[in-house]
Design a protein around this ligand. Sequence first.
Ligand SMILES: Nc1ncnc2c1ncn2[C@@H]1O[C@H](COP(=O)(O)OP(=O)(O)OP(=O)(O)O)[C@@H](O)[C@H]1O
Length: 247
Amino acid sequence: MTTSPPAASASTHPAPADPGTTPGGALLAAHDLHLAFGPTTALASASLEVHPGEVLALMGPSGSGKSTLLHCLAGILRPDSGRVTYGGRDLTAMSDVERSALRRSEFGFVFQFGQLVPELTCAENVALPLRLAGVGRRDALGTAREWLTRLEVPDVADKRPGQTSGGQGQRVAVARALVTRPRVVFADEPTGALDSLNGERVMQMFVAAARDTGAAVVLVTHEARVAAYSDREAVVRDGRVREQVRA
Ligand SMILES: Nc1ncnc2c1ncn2[C@@H]1O[C@H](COP(=O)(O)OP(=O)(O)OP(=O)(O)O)[C@@H](O)[C@H]1O
């Protein structure tokens, strides 16, 4: 696999401006987050820092608050109290429109089942975030094809997601998450729907491609072999980060 980012993506879609870090070096930070869904407490004083370029795995028992913490860090959910800061900007104080714009321009997402648009080809799916960012159709599709080649699935470019295997589809989803060269990629059980061999292969490519673009990766996983790709593991229990282990 090539280690340099595709040239066309660099020329047609430059990485977003450096958002800066806190004095401690964090790019993204959760400060004392609390969030309840009705009577259920999901987060109870959760705090966490994410550094530029690092791969951070959120681990912990089922129902402990991992996905909720990920969604708060990504600005998808707003905590009841506490703050999320990104490059010194307070995500929790932004309007929904501002947070959506930030998510589109600076964050990438990979979920368990890829969540590709079934009516579009795989190349069109990968091109979609570039099109939304204003890149012309031809350039966007060219860059999308380069990413599919890079993730070793060039053959699926003209197929629809329903015509691919689970592992191929998940590589397409990884390409779509990275194509805009986001600062942070959020992944919720990115290999959960794959067998272990495919899961490891997707993880290897995901981490290598993210490292090449310099993205930080925050991933939720139950699997120790997936967490083994991280630089740091944060264990979530009862809605807070209990311990952090450098991998
Ligand atoms: N939309 C929701 N409505 C109600 N309760 C929710 C909602 N989302 C999460 N919860 C509850 O909040 C708690 C934390 O859920 P969360 O999904 O963050 O845990 P998790 O650690 O990611 O779990 P898992 O590993 O099983 O995916 C759980 O008790 C869950 O049932």
